[in-house]
Design a protein around this ligand. Sequence first.
Ligand SMILES: Nc1ncnc2c1ncn2[C@@H]1O[C@H](COP(=O)(O)OP(=O)(O)OP(=O)(O)O)[C@@H](O)[C@H]1O
Ligand SMILES: [Mg+2]
Length: 224
Amino acid sequence: MMEDARTYEELRVGFTAAVSHELRTPLARLLAILESAELPGADRDALLAEAREQVEEMSELIDDVLFLSELESGRQVVALGGISALPVLEETRDRLADSAERADVKIRVDAAPDVEIPLRRRMLQIVVENLAVNSIRYAGPGATLLLAARPGELEVSDDGRGVEEGDLSRLFERFYRSDRARASRGTGLGLAIVKHVVASAGGRVEASGGPGRGLRIVCSFPAP
Ligand SMILES: Nc1ncnc2c1ncn2[C@@H]1O[C@H](COP(=O)(O)OP(=O)(O)OP(=O)(O)O)[C@@H](O)[C@H]1O
Ligand SMILES: [Mg+2]
């Protein structure tokens, strides 16, 4: 019980810090956009569209915070039935297309249209996006990222840099980051959140791979 309370507190503090940090970016951009709009001859329509995007980004983040507190308060978060995986995988691919291109990572989607995953839509998005962003961030140039769903299973894998075998089991710990990752942005909460979400749906998460052999994350769910 004490232990639970402590890890909960750690998660909460870490998450609050991460969220505040992440909110600052769209807020700063919004301020810059407003300042530009005040200049004579400003392209107000374009600036308005940009401003809207920043506000949407902030709303999503706030949804995540609400979602996490919902998870932690143990309320019902698991969907009854399931949601079709393919559209979520495709949306994630499209949303991350630009950053994947900048990182020189290719994204491949593989799922039959009738495959369902027993998570709420927002939760499936959170899981897939966290895993996909990791591959784009850490796999390295030339890698391919696979977003796949089969009955009862969701797989996000890449054929990039990977992690040491000894680190595979630690990846899901809160705030765990490999030495190499420390130079980049991130808090080490992504995979902990993924595990939390999948576990709350009665599923489990497994990581496999090795240095130079990429990282493969499989989330498996019990049959309905
Ligand atoms: N696809 C991957 N390839 C290689 N290493 C990875 C990959 N995914 C995760 N890792 C390693 O696992 C660590 C933990 O990942 P996690 O998503 O939990 O945190 P983060 O990405 O560092 O931060 P956050 O997700 O909170 O922004 C990363 O810092 C990185 O060292
Ligand atoms: Mg991450």
